[in-house]
Ligand binder design. Structure first.
Ligand code: 5GP
Ligand code: MN
Length: 342
């Protein structure tokens, strides 16, 4: 860990060894594989060390991650606000995983900011906001899950790792690297994977549970998106897909169904910038991906109220779909130089 000094590690070790009250772990809203994997992995480790831990997700998480369950309670804040608030009020420690500003927890933002105990951030997004007492922020890591592993070892909690924790952390790494296709050039990643494999993780089974667990409608939505909705703008080396609420409804959309769609245009030769626009009630959710030095996160922060990593970012905008697409396409000429210099 490059940014996390001994002071933080020793502080955390001491905090937990003196702790007698419950601990809450919070991933970001619309949690993905890394958010759930790192939250669940850390929760299982802390539970095995004798802490009383629950995970509270701001909203529901996709069905392909539902198997990460059973060893630690997971409460959906949106569905069980009273139960969640009651539990949080008893907690002395809150760990925020895979996000770097309270806003990313949507409906839980105020709960996070007003939490009376100690807040800890464990995250790999650049530019962490200052809302935690302990900030473990390591943007060079592939995933929060890879970081959780190193943190657990550094804090002396390794004996808390078991197969369930190892599977969860592996899932976080696998999903945040697109099945080991990006952010995979740091040797540390392979050290962590090697260590996790000592628990005899069934990697094929995890891959199947995560990637071969969709409805036929989802595959048809993907086909429709490619055939009818993908727009390629070769002059800007950009591609995008925009899906309206009606289109999603037609294919019986459930959360998680459009996971990965944003990467599709990037597989076209010479395309280095890709966007996915999903129409929501009153706003459009924007996902951006890029290759090389083109900064998805700055583009998103400057125009779509979001942020993220250099090559993967997201945000949202309170506009109609048509207005959003007009805004996006009108921005591209101003980035022509950057798009051509990747
Ligand atoms: P995705 O496109 O998969 O939803 O998100 C890609 C990346 O962008 C994630 O690493 C996530 O942290 C970031 N991201 C997604 N949505 C938002 C958002 O609304 N705000 C910010 N700041 N980051 C986001
Ligand atoms: Mn992540």
């Amino acid at each position: 860990m490059e940014n996390t000094g001994n002071e933080i590690i020793n502080g955390l070790t001491e905090l937990f060894s003196n702790n007698t009250r419950p601990v809450v772990i919070v991933p970001h809203s619309n949690p993905d594989g890394d958010a759930i994997g790192s939250a669940y992995g850390l929760a299982v480790v802390l539970k095995n060390l004798g802490q009383f831990v629950k995970i509270i997700t701001p909203n529901d998480y996709p069905g392909f991650l539902a198997w990460l369950n059973g060893h630690v309670d997971i409460i959906n804040y949106q569905k069980k606000k009273k139960t969640a608030e009651h539990f949080i009020n008893q907690c002395s420690i809150m760990i925020c995983v895979d996000f770097n500003e309270a806003r990313r927890a949507d409906e839980m933002e105020n709960t996070i900011n007003s939490f009376a105990g100690t807040r800890i951030m464990v995250d790999h997004h650049p530019y962490p906001a200052d809302f935690c007492h302990f900030t473990v922020s390591e943007p060079s890591y592939s995933s929060s899950a890879e970081l959780v592993y190193d943190l657990v070892v550094a804090a002396g909690w390794e004996r808390g790792i078991d197969l369930h924790a190892a599977e969860a952390l592996y899932t976080g790494i696998m999903t945040d690297t697109g099945s080991f296709s990006h952010n995979t050039s740091r040797p540390n990643l392979y050290k962590v994977l090697t260590a996790l494999m000592t628990w005899n993780i069934d990697t094929e089974s995890i891959h199947s549970k995560v990637y071969h667990n969709f409805s036929a409608d989802r595959l048809r939505l993907m086909g429709y998106s490619m055939m009818e909705k993908m727009v390629i703008l070769p002059e800007f080396r950009t591609g995008y897909i925009a899906l309206t609420r009606d289109e999603l409804k037609k294919y019986n959309f459930v959360p998680g169904d459009t996971e990965g769609f944003v990467n599709i245009p990037l597989s076209v030769s010479n395309i280095i910038f890709s966007a996915l626009f999903i129409e929501k009630e009153g706003y459009v959710k924007v996902s951006l991906r890029s290759k090389g030095s083109f900064p998805s996160n700055a583009f998103c922060a400057d125009h779509f109220n979001g942020g993220g990593h250099l090559n993967a970012a997201g945000g949202e905008i309170k506009m109609s779909m048509n207005e959003t697409l007009e805004k996006f396409t009108q921005l591209l000429p101003g980035y022509l130089h950057q798009l051509n210099n990747v």
